[in-house]
Design a protein around this ligand. Sequence first.
Ligand SMILES: Nc1nc2c(ncn2[C@@H]2O[C@H](COP(=O)(O)OP(=O)(O)OP(=O)(O)O)[C@@H](O)[C@H]2O)c(=O)[nH]1
Ligand SMILES: [Mg+2]
Length: 239
Amino acid sequence: MFDGACVVDFLLLVFALKLKGKEKEEVIKSMEKLNVDKSSSGQISFKRKPIIVIVVGMAGSGKTTFLHRLVCHAQASNIRGYVINLDPAVMTLPFAASIDIRDIGCYKEVMKQFNLGPNGGILTSLNLFATKFDEVISVIEKRADQLDYVFVDTPGQIEIFTWSASGAIITKAFASTFPTVVTHVVDTPRSASPVTFMGNMLYACSILYKTRLPLVLAFNKTDVAQHQFALDVLFIYGV
Ligand SMILES: Nc1nc2c(ncn2[C@@H]2O[C@H](COP(=O)(O)OP(=O)(O)OP(=O)(O)O)[C@@H](O)[C@H]2O)c(=O)[nH]1
Ligand SMILES: [Mg+2]
């Protein structure tokens, strides 16, 4: 029986024998890109990568509270994780963010400087932050082997992920480097209204097709209203 490591070892040997000079260097570089590691014992293993969980949803749907519960669960279960706050307008966070967009400046300054309203200020702050997102990726990459998850909180301006450039840059930057999943938080009591429910589902579809990433629908606030109606509707459409 061959295991994965033996097959990769064999392939490397074949490549190393066949290729010379520049070609050999290119193969080694692409193996590095695939994050293949050769240990001192000669065994080849894939480097650990944290799973990125991007929490999105309409304003006030409960993203931050949901993320707080995830962080508490991770801490209680000894799951190592990072938390990234991408909401420049949040006043206080119930968890300690490892990387916080508020550290690069106040969104109110952005509003003043570019003569924008609150939504435009938040969107522009994220656009500015997106221009430096490679630095965020390299920070996570450096600690990749010590992390299991990276939880990302986002602002309620869902347009960021449906049409704004920053949403596309951020999701692509994450997804091209780490396994990434999007969690769309749905306010269940508000979704009891068919119009709000369909609006929410259309946003979820828009994010799904725009990012092309695995998407989890999290029906929140089920202590106030049960989510069974949503499951029934989604079941009819085969979701
Ligand atoms: N009853 C109930 N209330 C909740 C639940 N989750 C969140 N809330 C409440 O919903 C409100 C909004 O919660 P947040 O976590 O701030 O929502 P958010 O989506 O992060 O809001 P923005 O970042 O402003 O878009 C708060 O008053 C929370 O206490 C829940 O599961 N049940
Ligand atoms: Mg929030």
